[in-house]
Write a protein that binds this ligand. Structure first.
Ligand code: APR
Length: 177
């Protein structure tokens, strides 16, 4: 795996990076989980800017300023709700990461922190989501020297452990190739 990809356990709102990614809902008008934490930390101006965006379809991404956050930007993406795998969930989650990285690239963002999109309220299986997240990050970084760091911020020890073991497995299989 690319050494610019790292994992930390913690709260994404505290990350000192150019941009943090939000796991939002289609209205972009705030919710619980990581979305609630980001809105609380950024302050009410974030919701005011989100209201001007007219929502965001699942798999796409939108960018706003970070207001009171240490991060300059927030990239809001909407993950799929897990429906037992028969509703194109893998492809939609792939699209989320792809859209977020593409938007970051267009804004000259060099460091980005991401949560585990869809694995909370939207119930996407976490290990399966981690494989998609790492493989999209890896694809995006290949041949791209704009990004200096991609940090996956995992909330809680269990999420961190699962992501670490998926990361180690992918790194191991990449070495064998
Ligand atoms: N920092 C990092 N990760 C966090 C934080 C935080 N402060 N708070 C929660 N998380 C983690 C959760 O533990 C989970 O692994 O973010 C992951 C995504 O969970 P959710 O926030 O529930 O997001 P998601 O599953 O994509 O569901 C989106 O939830 O809050 C609503 O408005 C949101 O309707 C949307 C839905």
């Amino acid at each position: 795996m690319d050494s610019r990809i790292t994992l930390v356990e913690g709260d994404i709102t505290r990350q000192r990076v150019d941009a943090i990614v939000n796991a939002a809902k289609e209205s972009l008008l705030g919710g619980g989980g990581v979305d609630g934490a980001i809105h609380r930390a950024a302050g009410p101006e974030l919701l005011a800017e989100c209201r001007t965006l007219g929502g965001c379809p699942t798999g796409e991404a939108r960018i706003t300023k970070g207001y009171n956050l240490p991060a300059k930007w927030v990239i809001h993406t909407v993950g799929p709700v897990w429906r037992q795998g028969g509703a194109n969930e893998d492809a939609l989650l792939t699209d989320c990461y792809r859209s977020a990285f593409a938007l970051a690239a267009r804004h000259g963002i060099r460091s980005i922190a991401l949560p585990s999109i869809s694995t909370g309220a939207y119930r996407f299986p976490i290990e399966r989501a981690a494989r998609i997240a790492f493989s999209e990050a890896e694809k995006h970084l290949a041949g791209n020297d704009q990004f200096k760091s991609v940090v996956f911020v995992l909330f809680g020890a269990k999420a961190y452990e699962i992501h670490s073991s998926v990361h180690a497995r992918l790194a191991g299989s990449a070495r064998e190739r």
